[in-house]
Ligand binder design. Sequence first.
Ligand code: SF4
Length: 196
Amino acid sequence: MTDFTKVKANLEKRGYAVSCFATAAEAADYLDGKLDGRTIGIGGSVTVREMGLLDRLKAHNTVVSHWEGSRKEDAAFTQVYLCSVNGLAETGEMVNIDGVGNRIASTVFGHEELYLIVGRNKLASDYDGAVWRARNVASPKNAIRLQRKTPCAVKGDKCYDCNSPERLCRGMTVLWQPSNGIGRTEVVLINEDLGF
Ligand code: SF4
């Protein structure tokens, strides 16, 4: 069982709302109960898919996701946005790496509410560890999932800072505090491994 006490306190000190759950099922119940009659953008989050949230939210919200056939751009105009992070430092910084940029753009601008849903496997002890995790754990796993022809997908062990035309990693964001371009940001911590 991961102890979220320190990271929760540090996130709250930075201005985030934080909720903690023992299981993904409990977190899914919470979000499904909270979000009703809204437009919700989901930018291809494996975490959200593993939680079974997509179908539940679709039953009583308008969900915009390229997994559901929408254009990636369309999720930028929803009231609510859901995604995860690739690395969360215990000191409170959150790191995301993106190729197209839709996901990282939506974590800093344009929504009334943002929920960052984070499994315990994303936690690192400090900022450098969170960046290292995003680059060397999350990105290679995503490259394998997307069957990219990159050295990290072939070897599956670390980032090679490649120059491949299929390189996934085109930009990285660090959230130090809730963005002024978002109405309200909540971090949902879950004591299970979820996503990459
Ligand atoms: S930069 Fe290239 S090698 Fe490194 S994780 Fe991204 S796609 Fe893989």
